[in-house]
Design a protein around this ligand. Structure first.
Ligand SMILES: [Zn+2]
Length: 296
């Protein structure tokens, strides 16, 4: 069994820096809290500014609730979704935490699994062979009847739907239909009842992720969970607990301002960092740069 030299009673940023430095490999699970920490929030001004008409009509609290709403017509569905895709994918700026985290991870073998469907990893220049989008991506479309397993992307059409919509309706001629069965298309995003279309691209990512996990079943592996809540614990949180249980040298590290309950047998192998996510990543990156561990 290996011993970790991590000091306790230091700041969250020092702890994160030390953990990354000492780890043999890092498996990162990223949830909505990480994007929110970089300002890509689903509530407040960002939502109100972009969807005042939908908020007025339906009284939505936040963008997630709105994005899952069963709109009465396809014209309205795409009026909402096209604006949502433009905001949270096509026009999404580079996130600071995403970039600085990547700089730190690049010094180690790493792999990322995410339940986010935004564009943050592409924008922050990640090697996409090391990222697994578990819940789909906003820019992708699927057949609403799941008649076949391909996903589609058409940014130009999406932007046309944003530009040409009126009174929360896109012109009928812009509405996408399945090329195989002619059913309506929809966003390739996993939901609780239906799941999602899992394309060959999805399975390639899944295979790379599983290969990485298999190659790092021993040694000082960190299962680093960032901004993962409790909406879908079966995708990141619970597997990370299981992996930690199976490797006595592993650490489960959770970064979230809200501390969730950790099972008793995992607790001795866990580290909980509750400081602001962006602040912690910025600080840890700074420490590792000062030590010349991460290049400037
Ligand atoms: Zn179809």
């Amino acid at each position: 069994m290996s011993t970790w030299n991590i000091k306790t009673n230091t700041s969250d940023e020092e702890t994160l820096a030390e953990l990354i430095k000492e780890a043999d490999a890092v498996v990162v699970g990223i949830g909505a809290g990480m994007s929110a920490s970089d300002g890509f929030t689903y509530v407040g001004d960002r939502f109100k500014k972009n969807f005042p008409d939908f908020i007025e009509k339906y009284g939505f609290f936040d963008m997630l609730q709105a994005s899952l709403f069963d709109f009465p017509t396809t014209e309205e569905y795409w009026a909402f979704q096209s604006r949502f895709v433009k905001l949270n994918y096509l026009d999404q700026p580079v996130g600071k935490s995403y970039t600085l985290l990547r700089e730190m991870l690049e010094e180690k073998p790493y792999f990322v699994i995410t339940t986010n469907a935004d564009n943050a990893f592409y924008k922050a220049d990640y090697n996409m062979d090391k990222v697994f989008y578990y819940q789909g991506e906003y820019a992708l479309m699927q057949c609403s009847q799941f008649c076949h397993n391909d996903t589609y992307r058409d940014d130009e059409m999406m932007l046309k739907m944003v530009e040409q919509q009126e009174d929360m309706k896109v012109p009928y001629e812009l509405i996408p239909f399945c090329p195989k069965c002619n059913a309506k298309m929809e966003i390739n995003k996993r939901n609780a009842e239906k799941g999602m279309v899992e394309s060959p691209h999805f399975f390639e990512q899944k295979e790379r992720y599983e290969t990485f996990l298999n190659e790092h079943q021993t040694g000082k592996v960190i299962y680093l969970e960032i901004g993962v809540g409790y909406t879908t614990p079966q995708f990141i949180k619970h597997p990370f607990w299981r992996f930690t249980r199976n490797n006595p040298d592993a650490k489960f590290v959770t970064m979230n301002q809200k501390a969730y309950r950790i099972p008793n047998d995992i607790k001795p192998h866990s580290i909980t960092l509750t400081d602001d996510i962006q602040k912690t990543i910025v600080g840890a990156n700074q420490i590792l740069k000062e030590q010349n561990y991460v290049s400037n």
